[in-house]
Design a protein around this ligand. Sequence first.
Ligand code: MG
Length: 205
Amino acid sequence: MNRPSKIVCVGRNYLEHARELGNEVPERPLLFFKPPSSIIANGEAVVLPPESERVEHEGEIAVVIGRRARRVRAADAWDYVEGIAPLNDVTARDLQKTDGQWTRAKGFDTFCPLGTMVPLAEIADRDALEVICRVNGEVRQHGRVGDMAFNIPTLIEYISGVMTLEPGDVIATGTPAGVAPLQPGDVVEVEIPGVGTLTNPVQAA
Ligand code: MG
């Protein structure tokens, strides 16, 4: 896969997830980056870094940009989308809390498993997309786009008003409730029904 120029992520975009970490949904989308160097493919291992004692999964719906987008209106936003893919926004929760800035907690190598993109034209109902995250076969998270605080077109309008989105860029649209720690030997899956499943083993450094 070609590396995106950037991975733009949205924090606290599902009310129940914001609350489980003691936060409210923000007034505006809360944005952060993951570095392209953190991407791994389906089947590759998430490596738990020695700097963290609590690494958690965050199953998410990823949007892949298909056309250069600059100050796009929400009403036109889907025209700029190439497709949808499952993504795991792996997070060192302890470092996220202690650092303040999220760059380290979100940016370790292997912290962005990204599955195969399915073109938007092949997706039956973009307004009914769901994401399910399982660890060792047990469902931990289940969210629907209808539960997002800021929907996908709104996110594209907001983000493209800040920075030009290039073809191949990825937007990670936030995670539903149910985040929990990963242990060496776990297998974590992020499924978007109708799109596909991203499966990654977890190993110690
Ligand atoms: Mg996330």
